[in-house]
Design a protein. Structure first.
Length: 388
């Protein structure tokens, strides 16, 4: 028995007393299973990717760019890669289900995405990755994601129980939306790896191809298939007039608002990318780029402490140490971060002399908090010598 068969046959006996049948129990169990799986996946894989990206041009080029979801491009590249792999897995099952005529495969792909949407909303509420303060999730993106997630979650149970997941129009709609998201995530990561100085024409081409595919999926495939789906539901005496039809209309409105909001944001960027390709000077990001997660937490790429704070530690060993993320500590994931040390951190530890030159490096992210801590340490030491 493979994992997919197990999920199809899984039951939650506790729910028998609430009049919830076996099919509904299987759907709820699978959605919960994929929610927990996504939580573990995104917490671990994001850390692994961040470590790997530190060794690539993405880490340094994306730092100076604004992200799509997260404020800084360096962090956004990690999240986009995580979402791309996840969306790709769900889209692959859906595509195979359609191609092979196996609707249950498509159903598993849908529930994988439902699990993501549920856990993403939970993460939004409890402020864990990628919604922690240091991650820099944009406020308008939170609203957009809420509008995006609600239709899929609210329709999941009814789509499965009524057999609507076997409808080709429903299958095409979800695959198109998920496929568009997959392409967008992949293109974003590719763009973060490219140079605006030497590759701008190619950058503009990739960006506009990405937008073009988004428009095709959201404004061509989605409306046409949605109208065909609604027509099928209207013609089905068992579904017409029921709550499923009302949810389809409501979900369609929310998804259209999401599509409209993203399109309004993308169109001016398309123009700016094209202009930059020709004049080499047009600004892509019109607002200041926030600091990255690493800059906020560690102050230096790839280390737990910035070089300024390492200097403070060398001069004053009793200086307060930075704290790790409480959620990461609870999850026990800092063990992974400890193993995945960068070469720079290892080299920094070899400098034992308590001098600034022994611990400062050229690529430091100097921030005001670190400098203030250094000044306080030096002032306290000076005051101590005067009293001696």
């Amino acid at each position: 028995m493979n994992i997919l068969t197990f999920l199809e046959e899984a039951r939650i006996p506790f729910l028998d007393g609430f009049g919830i049948d076996g099919e509904a129990q299987s759907i709820l169990f699978e959605a919960a299973f994929w929610s927990i799986a996504y939580l573990l996946y995104v917490q671990v894989f994001s850390r692994v990717l961040r470590h790997l990206f530190r060794k690539t041009p993405i880490y340094h080029r994306a730092r100076e760019r604004a992200g799509v979801f997260l404020g800084n491009g360096r962090d956004d590249a990690v999240l986009m890669a995580c979402l791309g792999v996840h969306h790709g897995s769900a889209a692959l099952l859906m595509a195979l289900g359609i191609e092979l005529g196996l609707p249950n495969l498509w159903r598993h792909g849908y529930l994988i995405e439902t699990g993501f949407e549920v856990m993403d909303l939970v993460s939004m509420l409890v402020k864990t990755y990628p919604y922690a303060k240091c991650d820099g999730m944009k406020d308008d993106i939170k609203v957009a994601l809420f509008l995006h997630h609600i239709p899929g979650i609210s329709l999941a149970l009814l789509v499965m129980e009524t057999g609507l997941y076997k409808n080709i129009h429903m299958q095409t709609i979800v695959l198109a939306l998920l496929g568009g998201a997959l392409v967008s995530c992949l293109c974003c990561v590719v763009l973060y790896s490219m140079s605006f100085e030497t590759q701008m024409p190619l950058v503009a081409l990739v960006f506009n191809v990405n937008v073009g595919f988004f428009v095709f999926c959201r404004w061509w495939v989605y409306p046409r298939e949605a109208l065909a789906l609604l027509d099928d539901v209207h013609n089905d005496p068992e579904l017409n007039g029921g709550i499923l039809l009302k949810l389809l209309y409501a979900g369609g409105v929310l998804m259209s608002l999401f599509n409209l909001g993203v399109s309004i944001d993308l169109m001016p960027k398309c123009v700016r990318y094209i202009k930059r390709a020709f004049d080499g000077a047009t600004l892509i990001d019109t607002e200041p780029v926030p600091r990255s997660r690493d800059s906020i937490l560690y102050g230096k790429p790839g280390s737990r402490r910035s070089s300024i704070m390492m200097a403070v530690d060398a001069i004053n060993p009793t200086a307060e140490k930075g704290r790790r993320s409480s959620f990461a500590t609870i999850m026990g994931l800092n063990a992974i971060d400890d193993v995945l040390r960068t070469e720079k951190e290892t080299k920094a530890k070899r400098h034992s002399a308590p001098t600034l030159s022994g611990v400062l490096e050229e690529d430091d992210d100097l921030d005001e908090d670190d400098l203030a801590a250094l000044n306080r340490t030096i002032s306290s030491m000076s005051a101590g010598k005067k009293h001696q």
